[in-house]
Write a protein that binds this ligand. Structure first.
Ligand code: NAD
Length: 444
């Protein structure tokens, strides 16, 4: 099937590569000419495990092409995916200008029947608005063309996106007519053939809300555990034991129960805010979700507060080694990452940061530029040189088995503040290292 995709970001690229992998002909367009040039050279603009291999394979067999020619893209696909960004506006609502620009483009140039798929995370009612924009633009040309708009929210996790797309827990489709539903079913057939119960069809408004509800639920679990971790720390209990204790309850389940230094990324913070905004517009108060966001904002400052207290509220001139800049492992995404909150607070206090991340350094440098109080290191060991303390922000696998004696001998003082609870406090203390984790009894 011929498929057009607008947006060559995390979602657009993964969708393009995976649809090519299951046999479709894909044309992926972006307004960012540098991104498209790099993709044509076989270089992925993002780090996502397995993506570059798929891009290379389907560039060479011709099933996946990239373009900046948006009109060519409208003319190409029987199915047209909108996968552009929907960042937060200042009031928390989703900025839909890119989504609507694509709708306008399709309406202005489409010549035949096609199905437009909202893949971007968009507020309830957006598919209706997209359909209106397309049909108004068609009517303005005095043309008569049938275009269906459906909602097909994406649930992939950065860092495991290819696997999530190829082996989904479910594919949610919101549609209001049989023809478009059948076409999308056909498109996804290789992914759902062996497990038809993964194909979840519903009305469009419910599909749009499902995506926000899923992310709000996951964010709620994290904030809940972070709140419990504060209690655990205050009374000397261990959040990791509590996590195992409650996660083994089938009604609760073990996932998304890790306490830490707050959630970030391009989805949870933005989607929680957008759902709050949708609810406000609908006259619904969501005190629970407001608290989820508030707890997370506070949790992102926990590492800084710990450091501040450890150094008696005098961080001026201190050198902090930092492991991990990405908002989570296996991605170079630093959007709303806790590392940013921490670095910005440390810089204000006159501290210097020596940071290492396996893949996110360039993104961080691109965002903050070169600065005297930020040194990017080529290895995790290099960050330790002359540092007063080590802080762990991202749970990359390569941080899980460190050279303890090197840490102890290289840091000026053997202090570790661990925002991801990677180690057993007793074992680290036994090595003669002062170890402060999240909710593990050692209050500071
Ligand atoms: P992104 O910022 O990585 O990519 C968006 C791309 O769209 C950019 O390359 C941009 O240049 C391009 N673009 C903007 N306007 C365009 C236009 N008019 N025509 C063509 N291209 C245009 O964003 P992302 O992380 O891929 O997210 C896209 C959407 O998917 C968002 O709504 C997001 O909430 C949702 N989503 C993201 C994830 C994730 O993990 N990143 C997961 C599920 C859903």
């Amino acid at each position: 099937m011929k498929v057009s995709i607008y947006g060559a970001g995390y979602v657009g690229l993964v969708t393009a590569a995976c649809l090519a992998e299951i046999g479709h002909d894909v044309l992926c367009a972006d307004v960012d000419a540098d991104k498209i040039a790099s993709l044509r050279d076989g270089v992925s603009p993002i780090y996502e495990p397995g993506l570059e291999e798929l891009l290379a394979r389907h560039a060479s067999n011709g099933r996946l092409r990239f373009t900046t020619d948006l009109q060519e893209t409208v003319a190409f696909g029987l199915v047209q995916f909108i996968a552009v960004g929907t960042p937060s506006l200042e009031n928390g609502a989703a900025n839909l200008s890119a989504v609507f620009a694509v709708a306008q483009l399709i309406g202005s140039h489409v010549a035949d029947y096609c199905v437009v798929v909202d893949k971007s995370t968009v507020p309830v009612g957006t598919a209706k608005k997209v359909s209106e924009i397309i049909h108004q633009a068609i009517a303005a040309r005095a043309a008569k063309i049938d275009v269906a708009v459906v909602s097909n929210p994406e649930f992939l996790k950065e860092g495991a996106a290819i696997n999530d797309f190829m082996f989904p827990d479910r594919i949610v489709l919101g549609c209001s007519d049989e023809k478009s539903g059948k076409l999308l079913r056909e498109l996804y057939t290789p992914l759902i053939d062996k497990a038809p119960n993964k194909w979840v069809v519903m009305d469009i408004l419910s599909a749009e809300l499902t995506k926000y509800a899923a992310n709000a639920m996951l964010a709620t679990r994290i904030s809940f555990m972070n709140e419990i971790s504060q209690v655990a720390e205050a009374i000397g209990a261990d959040i990791e034991q509590i996590r195992l204790g409650i996660g083994s309850d089938k009604r609760i389940g073990p996932y998304f129960l890790n306490a830490g230094c707050g959630y970030g990324g391009s989805c949870f913070p933005k989607d929680v805010r957008a759902l709050l905004s949708t609810a406000r517009d609908a006259g619904v108060n969501m005190p629970l979700l407001q608290a989820v966001e508030h707890v997370n904002e506070q949790q992102k400052t926990v590492l800084f507060s710990k450091l501040n207290r450890l150094f008696n509220y005098d961080l001026k001139g201190k050198v902090i080694a930092l492991w991990g800049l990405a908002f989570k492992p296996n991605t170079d995404d630093i959007r709303e990452a806790t590392s940013r909150v921490l670095c910005e607070a440390l810089w204000v206090q006159g501290a210097r940061v020596q940071a290492y991340d396996p893949v996110a350094v360039e993104e961080f440098r691109h965002t903050y530029g070169e600065r005297a109080d930020m040194h990017y290191c080529v290895s995790k060991e290099q960050t330790l040189e002359g540092a007063d303390a080590l802080v762990i922000v991202t749970e990359w696998d390569e941080f899980r088995a460190p050279d303890w004696s090197l840490i102890k001998t290289t840091l000026k003082q053997p202090i570790i503040v661990d925002g991801r609870n990677l180690f057993d406090p007793q074992q680290v203390h036994a090595l003669g290292i002062h170890y402060y984790a999240i909710g593990r009894g050692d209050a500071i």
